[in-house]
Design a protein around this ligand. Structure first.
Ligand SMILES: Nc1ncnc2c1ncn2[C@@H]1O[C@H](COP(=O)(O)OP(=O)(O)OP(=O)(O)O)[C@@H](O)[C@H]1O
Ligand SMILES: [Mg+2]
Length: 234
């Protein structure tokens, strides 16, 4: 579905990604794990065209992403839920959700998608009229994911959805990601919560200072000695 081949990227003189190869097949949950500054968010930004690669190829269902503008990437079915949630604080929960279906192809499904969001996240339904900015951190994360789903993604890019959440909320978010995937949405997840994310992943990549150093099934990486030592404190 998504194929990234020898992706290189620099912010000015600072080279951040080195020959990154990454593939996501339809129906998978694929996770990129790595420490702070490894280049995880930058990889997602290259996919959603918020930044432009120095070299390398990115294709989605055969379409060359490097030829597209960010809004055209969304129209292809790739939706990014950014790091730090970035909901609209002055809008209500419901207004935030409506904003998620701004692309033409998803407008007709707006009401059905709001129902789906409220089924996945009953708390958002209870808080439909509350201003986004007054929601708790965990609730804002739910809202950010729900808003992403409003655009009918084929591939959902999630940037550290568990960041800063209490353990119970973390478990809920990973359960929800699994459920969204079960409903047919392919997922590319970026996480520092290595244990939880590998447990729900079909496959995963380990990114270290901008290079893919390991890849395999979630289970294989959970049992990998390097992963255990570097990320799991074992
Ligand atoms: N806009 C920018 N301009 C210059 N350097 C940047 C910019 N954004 C990120 N960087 C640098 O690129 C490197 C990779 O950043 P990136 O945000 O991709 O890391 P990350 O793996 O997502 O880290 P984190 O887990 O902390 O979010 C870091 O060294 C960072 O300082
Ligand atoms: Mg990041």
């Amino acid at each position: 579905m998504l194929t990234i081949h020898t992706l290189n990227f620099s912010y000015g003189d600072l080279k951040v990604l080195w020959d990154v190869d990454l593939q996501v097949n339809q129906g998978e949950i694929v996770t990129v794990v790595g420490s702070n500054g490894a280049g995880k968010s930058t990889t997602l930004k290259n996919i959603s065209r918020l930044v432009k690669p120095t070299s390398g190829s990115l294709t989605f269902n055969g379409t060359d992403l490097t030829k597209l503008e960010p809004h055209q990437v969304v129209e292809q079915g790739i939706v990014q839920v950014p790091e730090g949630r970035k909901i609209f604080p002055e809008m209500t929960v419901l207004e935030n959700l409506r904003m998620g279906s701004y692309i033409k192809s998803s407008r007709g499904d707006r009401e059905a998608n709001i129902d789906r969001a409220f089924t996945l996240f009953p708390r958002l339904k209870e808080r439909a009229r509350q201003l986004g900015g007054t929601m708790s951190g965990g609730e804002q994360q739910m809202l950010a994911i729900a808003r992403g789903l409003m655009a009918n993604p084929k591939l959902l890019l999630l940037d550290e959805p568990s960041l800063g959440l209490a353990p119970l909320f973390v478990k809920f978010i990973f359960d929800i990601i699994t459920e969204i995937n079960r409903q047919g949405v392919t997922i590319l997840l970026v996480e520092q919560n290595v244990f939880q994310s590998l447990r729900i992943s079909h496959r995963a990549y380990v990114l270290e200072t901008g290079r893919v150093v390991l890849s395999g099934t979630g289970e294989a990486l959970l049992n990998d000695e390097h992963v255990k030592k570097a990320f799991l404190g074992m």
